[in-house]
Design a protein around this ligand. Structure first.
Ligand SMILES: *[C@@H]1O[C@H](CO)[C@@H](O)[C@H](O)[C@H]1NC(C)=O
Ligand SMILES: *[C@@H]1O[C@H](CO)[C@@H](O)[C@H](O)[C@H]1NC(C)=O
Ligand SMILES: *[C@@H]1O[C@H](CO)[C@@H](O)[C@H](O)[C@H]1NC(C)=O
Ligand SMILES: *[C@@H]1O[C@H](CO)[C@@H](O)[C@H](O)[C@H]1NC(C)=O
Length: 338
């Protein structure tokens, strides 16, 4: 009897499973068929517009043939050059920051979602040609440094080398862009052929203390003999900041210990953001010692019969990418008067 009941139960369960499978077919199949019948059209009028130095606006329109119905439409965007990047968006435009001196290319396609299913259209592609200019006339070896000044402004200093094939009469022009602000250099320093190879901005619109914002540098030029190729580079503002020197460095002896204390450099970053390097020379033996610390003091057992020199420098470290180490503080000496 027990055996028979079990048997019937198994049969009933199998029937149930079959019914459920049938239901799933009925429920799912029509949607697949329905979605297969939906055509997904690529966006139209995909255009690239340069809106600022090293900035492109990608914009497109939904295909007028695309059924709107109850589908979710998004767009898949692929930046192909100069730096590959892929993302999707519900908008029909997107701003990109990229160096444009070698051109720019991107593609976009329509994504259609319906009840958990996704379909894609073909891609449409657009590109910007590199700006004209003769080979090897663009500047090379560009390097830039910013500095937080006592007047709470950020200064900017850039140097570069003229392109190998740049004629002697080449005149270079440097521009920086920070967010929406663009400015041309007014203070150039020239090489012996009178070509601009250095530029200084004592005050800029760069906001001190921002994290990972980009500084765009654009250098183009002109010559009677050749078209000069422009050059662009993006700098993380924190990575090119030359940090200020630690302040109020004091050194004294406490029994047989050398004790140094100091204050954080002039900066919008709080105290906890800095790392310090401590450079100690035993002037009798010539032994040198470099130590790193996050604290604002330093204690070391020394040989009190010797004279020591001490210097400290700083870098921001914990709150942003490393900048350039500050200069060393003025040399301080310590010796026991015996
Ligand atoms: C697409 O571009 C064409 C030609 O420039 C223009 O006539 C048309 O109005 C544009 N379509 C849309 C939807 O903007
Ligand atoms: C869209 O969805 C709404 C509510 O879910 C429904 O009433 C309407 O009929 C649907 N429209 C189309 C065109 O499928
Ligand atoms: C250099 O670039 C600036 C900014 O885009 C532009 O206004 C200027 O006309 C360019 N000069 C030359 C010589 O190409
Ligand atoms: C450095 O010391 C001076 C004089 O004691 C003081 O006025 C100043 O606030 C100190 N600076 C810092 C950054 O602590």
């Amino acid at each position: 009897m027990v055996f028979l009941t079990d048997h019937l139960n198994i049969m009933a369960n199998m029937m149930r499973v079959c019914l459920i499978l049938l239901w799933i077919r009925i429920l799912v199949q029509p949607h697949i068929l329905q979605l297969k019948a939906v055509q997904v059209f690529p966006p139209i009028n995909f255009t690239l517009t340069v809106t600022a130095l090293a900035q492109v606006l990608l914009s497109w329109k939904p295909s007028p043939n695309q059924e709107q119905r109850n589908y979710t439409i998004r767009y898949d965007v692929k930046i192909l050059t100069p730096v590959f990047e892929e993302y999707d968006t519900a908008k029909t435009y997107s701003f990109q920051t990229a160096v444009l001196h070698n051109g720019f290319s991107a593609r976009v396609r329509t994504l259609l979602f319906h009840k958990g299913l996704q379909m894609t259209s073909d891609w449409v592609t657009a590109e910007l040609q590199p700006p004209p200019g003769a080979e090897n006339t663009a500047v090379t070896d560009l390097s830039c440094v910013t500095h937080f000044t006592v007047s709470s402004a950020v200064s900017l200093h850039c140097t570069w080398l003229p392109g190998k094939e740049a004629p002697e009469d080449t005149k270079y022009f440097l521009f920086y862009r920070y967010e929406t602000y663009t400015e041309e250099c007014q203070d150039y320093i020239k090489d012996k052929w009178n070509r601009n190879t250095e530029c200084r901005f004592s005050v800029t619109h760069i906001a001190p203390g921002e994290i990972d914002e980009l500084i765009v540098i654009h250098i183009n030029g002109s010559s009677k003999y050749a078209a000069i190729k422009p050059f662009q580079q993006l700098f993380n503002q924190n990575a090119i900041e030359k940090v200020n020197i630690p302040r109020n460095v004091t050194v004294f002896l406490e029994q047989n210990d050398l004790v140094a204390t100091w204050e954080k450099p002039l900066s919008t970053f709080p105290k906890g953001c800095f790392e310090y390097e401590f450079y100690l020379i035993n002037l009798k033996s010539g032994n040198e010692q470099v130590s790193r610390t996050y604290s604002h003091d330093f204690r070391l057992r020394i040989d009190v019969t010797c004279r020591y020199s001490i210097q400290i420098r700083a870098n921001h470290h914990k709150c942003a990418v490393n900048g350039f180490w500050s200069d060393w503080s003025e040399t301080l000496y310590i010796a026991t008067v015996l």
